[in-house]
Design a binder for this molecule. Structure first.
Ligand code: SF4
Length: 428
């Protein structure tokens, strides 16, 4: 039996000519974009559901979108393109639910100073995005004589008052996900990976790596429920960590914090003290080209504010940007899902200035790697945000024709070899 589309191979077994099962490669590209966007959105939706927040309309869309990615149900570019944008709209709702869930469960995020490094004594390291797992670990390890540290995308946990109220939340250790394999061997205690982006552990630490929920790795130990007693027991047996302070940092510029001082920000914009905003962040990765974001952040003029989020922040945060109009120039807004907050800030600014988001003095440099970044990019496009630069490489699943369509409709650009100078030349 041969495929009725390409007549080359059995249906569903791959195609030798123009794409999977004879499908137009552009159709396949949109289906894959939709699939990756839905995966990212599902991760956020799962985090939100664990916090008691869900929306039946989101669940219905996930079913519909997955149905549309079957190989033999939709061959129409126009409807698939609309579903891809609908994925972005639904992801905005999901990020809103997660934002509300975090605030309701852990209190309103606020700026705070974070100790980075380790303190003398045994410790547990928690990585990933699931703040509820972190809270359970903190709750169960109270009085056990062990410290708890955040890693990677857990850094924003310190901005939530009900989490930082635990005195043994001792600080933050390490950087982005791709550093795990050299940072984790140096951490003497157990490590709990709550979500993506976890790497398959090396032998040197796999007996100390625990995973929760759907997260699992060969050699690691799964925790099926919320009982972290095995982690705490191993921490108590582990060698003491050294007293080693690396730095202190200020985080926690949640959208409610920034919008809470909107008058001050607007005054700074109107007076010309702040002439431009840059959103630099997203998903980090190991590729050499990612120093584009570092160079761009360092080149931003003093009369500008940089908003950052996701683990892309680790590309730009080891630098003193100083202050402008009494505010730090680098404002860390949180995890990748806090792109919701960046959108709220942009919309709030645009409303206050009587213009559209695309008329704001705003440059968006998005680093992508992961399905969550795809979902966030689709949200920005669904909102009609134009001129985003995404990199450091084009997503392999987007065909030239689909990318051209995105360029024409949204002025979507790829990052260049070097950040162009005009990005940093401000209107007088
Ligand atoms: S921001 Fe992206 S790359 Fe970084 S840990 Fe989160 S999902 Fe992974």
């Amino acid at each position: 039996m041969f495929c009725n589309q390409c007549e080359q191979t059995a249906h569903g077994q791959g195609c030798t000519t123009v794409g999977v099962c004879g499908k137009d490669p552009d159709v396949q590209s949109l289906q894959e974009t939709l699939l990756y966007g839905v995966k990212g959105m599902a991760a956020y939706a799962h985090h939100a559901r664990r916090l008691g927040k869900s929306d039946p309309a989101v669940s219905a869309f996930i079913e519909e979108a997955l149905f549309a990615t079957m190989t033999n149900v939709n061959f129409d570019l126009e409807t698939l393109f609309e579903m891809v944008l609908e994925c972005g709209r639904q992801n905005l709702r999901v990020m809103q639910l997660l934002d509300e869930g975090h605030a309701e469960k852990f209190g309103a995020a606020s700026p705070t100073t974070v100790y980075e490094g380790t303190k003398a004594g045994p410790g547990i390291l928690v990585t990933g995005h699931d703040l509820l797992d972190l809270q359970n670990i903190l709750e169960q390890s109270q009085g056990a004589g062990v410290n708890v540290y955040t890693h990677g995308e857990m850094l924003p946990a310190h901005s939530y008052p009900k989490l930082r109220a635990y005195p043994h939340l001792a600080g933050h250790y390490g950087g982005p996900w791709q550093n795990q394999q050299f940072e984790f061997p140096l951490f003497s205690g157990p490590i709990v990976a709550t979500t993506n982006c976890v790497l398959i552990p090396w032998d040197s630490y796999k007996d100390r790596l625990y995973t929760t929920g759907v997260t699992a790795v060969p050699g690691g130990r799964r925790i099926p429920g919320n009982d972290f007693s095995a982690v705490i027991a191993q921490a108590k047996q582990s060698p003491s960590l050294p007293e080693k302070k690396v730095r202190e940092s200020t985080i926690g510029f949640h959208h409610n914090v920034i919008l809470g001082i909107a008058d001050k920000v607007l005054e700074a914009v109107k007076s010309g003290a702040v002439k431009h905003f840059y959103l630099i962040g997203g998903c980090d990765g190991a590729e050499v080209g990612r120093n584009y974001y570092t160079k761009a952040a360092h080149a931003t003029p003093n009369e500008s504010i940089i908003l950052t989020l996701g683990c892309g922040k680790y590309r730009i945060r080891n630098h003193d940007y100083g202050t402008v109009a009494g505010l730090p120039r680098l404002l860390d807004m949180g995890q990748c899902n806090d792109a919701y907050g960046a959108i709220q800030v942009a919309v709030g600014l645009a409303q206050a200035l009587g213009c559209g988001v695309n008329d704001l003095p705003l440059t968006i440099l998005l680093s992508w790697f992961e399905q969550k970044a795809v979902a966030v990019l689709l949200t920005l496009l669904a909102l009609g945000v134009k001129g985003i630069r995404v990199g450091p490489v084009p997503p392999a699943f987007v065909t030239p024709r689909i990318f051209q369509a995105l360029q024409e409709k949204f002025d979507l650009k790829l990052t260049e070899a070097e950040p162009p100078r005009e990005l940093f030349q401000l209107a007088t």
